[in-house]
Design a protein around this ligand. Structure first.
Ligand SMILES: [Zn+2]
Length: 386
């Protein structure tokens, strides 16, 4: 991507454009198909549809592309619709999340895979019984539907579908789907990937299931994943440093979001991720770095640093064009707060928010103390998709 893709330096400026840091990000995992981005929270309309404003704010801070996660048939189709609305900005994935994989089971009552979405709020203390086997007929139907979805996306909107997934294993949430059926779902989808030409990159989910996860990948793609043609990312990583290194050594990328910054141990693992293996995601609207997370302080430090740099630039420069340059929005000086802002829906923001990047303004004096807990967490029931 060209370095001048964001804004432009005003005529007559004396600022060397090459010295101004302009972040260019791709949010590799954001759930823009979630109704929250349309103002609907748990079935109730709380504010006008502000998806356009959310995408505009992302671009404003340097997040040039967003990859919307498809985690079941419904969200994969919605994600593709959004990609059609924002060509060149929004891209998508398609797949069946482990928590949505009960559709592969003999116990599942829905027969129309297209209509299936993730069950809502099952009791975490009640894991799904391991007695039910995967259903071969349903599997055939689901895989053929998924293949049709992918082939149709590839032919009608070439380039929009950039990865297969999300899919994988989640043993922390066996109350959505049993281990046996998750393993079956993962294997069946990996077989589908192997049969696709060209083979898509993978958007993978692994939670508390590292051994089985790596074992199944190796069984399908070879011990060095040599049959995996276009790589993959293990998103929302929360594993150990040893697990991270094993995945990175296999050539996989590691996706980090707020879940990767919950504890000091999590933060230490992130620090060790080789830069050429690191990918950033918000997993918005669910997995931002929260005030209770160990990583929260890094956001505060980065914000203070950004404000300090900006104040210094303003205070020390006689060139007034620097302060008004469209190419340097204040929030883009350091990367972390920018990417975090990308998917933060603001119930107070309405759909009339500007769609063009705003010129940077000098930092204002803080008006009031920021709430410890962002406003939306008070009204929205917490859910962590990961
Ligand atoms: Zn996930």
């Amino acid at each position: 991507m060209a370095s001048d893709a964001i804004g432009s330096t005003p005529v007559g400026t004396t600022v060397d454009d090459n010295l101004i840091y302009k972040p260019r990000y791709i949010d590799i995992g954001i759930n823009l198909a979630d109704p929250i981005f349309r103002g609907v929270y748990h079935g109730k309309e709380r504010h006008p549809d502000d998806l356009r404003a959310v995408v505009a704010r992302a671009q404003e801070v340097g997040c040039q592309k967003l990859i919307v996660t498809g985690s079941d048939f419904t969200s994969s189709r919605h994600a593709l619709d959004i990609a059609k609305e924002y060509p060149g900005i929004v891209y998508t994935t398609a797949g069946i999340h482990p928590c949505s994989s009960a559709i592969f089971s003999t116990s599942h009552v829905h027969h129309d895979a297209q209509e299936y979405t993730m069950p809502s709020d099952p009791d975490p203390e009640q894991p799904v019984s391991e007695d039910h086997d995967p259903d071969p007929e349903k599997t055939k139907e689901i895989i053929s539907e998924l293949r049709a979805l992918i082939e149709s996306a590839r032919s009608t909107h070439p380039g929009a579908l950039v990865a297969f997934g999300e899919f994988g294993l989640d043993y922390d949430r066996l109350h959505y789907c049993s281990r046996k059926v998750q393993l079956h779902s993962f294997a069946a989808q990996l077989d589908l990937v192997l049969s696709l030409t060209p083979q898509p990159p993978l958007f993978l989910h692994s939670r508390a299931a590292h051994r089985d996860f790596v074992g199944l990948l190796k069984a399908k793609f070879g011990d060095r994943l040599e049959r995996l043609e276009r790589g993959g990312v293990v998103h929302s990583f929360t594993g150990t440093a040893a697990e991270m290194r094993e995945l990175a050594d296999l050539g996989l990328h590691i996706g980090t979001n707020g879940c990767s910054f919950k504890t000091e141990e999590n933060c230490a693992v992130v620090k060790e991720i080789p830069l050429d293996r690191l990918m950033l995601e918000t997993d918005g609207p669910w997995c931002e770095i929260r005030p209770t997370h160990a990583g929260w302080r890094h956001l505060l430090e980065a914000k203070a640093k950004a404000e300090g740099i900006y104040a210094a630039l303003n205070g020390n420069s006689n060139d007034s064009t620097l302060a008004t340059s469209e190419s340097t929005p204040a929030s883009s000086v350091v990367p972390t707060p920018s990417i975090t802002r990308t998917a933060t829906p603001n119930p107070q923001q309405d759909a009339s928010a500007p769609t063009q990047p705003k010129p940077a303004k000098p930092p204002k004096k803080p008006k009031k103390k920021e709430p410890e807990v962002p406003e939306r967490w008070r009204t929205v029931k917490k859910r962590e998709m990961g």
